[in-house]
Design a protein. Structure first.
Length: 300
């Protein structure tokens, strides 16, 4: 999958994108001063998990007595409070877990990395690997609320699917929603949601345009038009998950605020190349095309 020297290129199409999301995306209000974030402990954690469709927990180290540490924690808490205010009507809860005072509940919940955000939905636990800002966190949690599999029905949705170039994606063709093979696909999608989008179609015309056979699943790397078909269809949940664990770190990726730290988390036996370019600029566009070619040459 990865070449001998270009293991991963994290591509930022526009450097300004990292700082402009709040202006271009959600319209954030001023914090109203109401306390919505819960201090999670052994007595209330089960009730919190039951109450909210999605629960985001900040697992933090003990707050030191110095002003700098206290100020840092206050800023993090304020980000959580603002996100909680924005998502109050969406069934999303927010909580704080002190790694020292609440060590027992942290152990029960499987929290093991301080200064990390863990997101609980149903039986899934998602470690948030993005920028610690209210706008990025809110957009990520809105994605978490969505279903893990999106349907492709008709030419307009197919065109939208084909226009997704910057993200890795999977699509499967199944008989209907009652198909056991579709259900296995959904179960696998939940493990990678919302970082990797999964799509499904029950439409034979859509499948024909994508050259998909019944119960077949295709995986697309970012910036690649030609997919890789998961072998040995129909596939079980385990087979899909195993395939994605082998392929989920493509050669070329776009650096995004909601997954920027995930880019660096694995031990890689090679070189990280980070390319910055403005895609709307002719020189920048040409540079990006060169980067794509280099990544293709080093695609294993």
């Amino acid at each position: 999958m990865k070449g001998p020297w270009l293991v991963l290129a994290a591509l930022c199409l526009a450097l300004a994108n990292l700082g402009a999301r709040a202006e271009e995306g959600l319209d954030f209000p001023e914090y109203d001063g109401e306390d919505r974030v819960i201090n999670i402990n052994l007595k209330n954690y089960k009730a919190a998990l039951k109450k909210y469709e999605v629960l985001a927990l900040l697992y933090h180290e003990p707050i030191e007595d110095d002003k700098a540490s206290q100020r840092q924690f206050e800023m993090e808490e304020l980000i959580f409070e603002l996100a909680a205010q924005v998502l109050e009507d969406k069934g999303v809860g927010f909580g704080l877990v002190d790694s020292e005072k609440d060590a027992a509940v942290a152990k029960k919940l499987g929290l093991d990395e301080e200064d990390s955000i863990y997101v609980f939905k149903d039986d899934e636990v998602i470690e948030y690997d993005g920028e610690f800002s209210a706008d990025t966190l809110v957009e990520f949690l809105l994605d978490v609320l969505e279903d893990p599999v999106e349907f492709i029905e008709g030419s307009h949705e197919l065109a939208a699917f084909e226009n997704i170039e910057e993200d890795q994606k999977l699509i499967g063709y199944f008989k209907n929603e009652d198909s056991e093979h579709y259900k296995a696909f959904v179960d696998a999608a939940e493990e990678f949601h919302p970082y990797i989008p999964f799509f499904a179609t029950f439409d034979s015309k859509v499948a024909k345009k994508l050259d998909l056979k019944i119960n077949e699943i295709d995986y697309y790397e970012p910036f690649h038009d030609e997919p890789v078909t998961i072998p040995n269809k129909p596939n079980s949940e385990e087979e899909i998950v195993d395939f994605m664990h082998l392929h989920k770190r493509p050669t070329l990726r776009k650096l995004k605020p909601d997954s920027m730290y995930e880019t660096w988390e694995d031990d890689l036996d090679g070189i990280h190349i980070v390319a910055f370019a403005e895609e709307d600029d002719p020189d920048g566009y040409e540079f990006l095309e060169i980067i794509k070619e280099v990544a293709e040459d080093n695609r294993g």
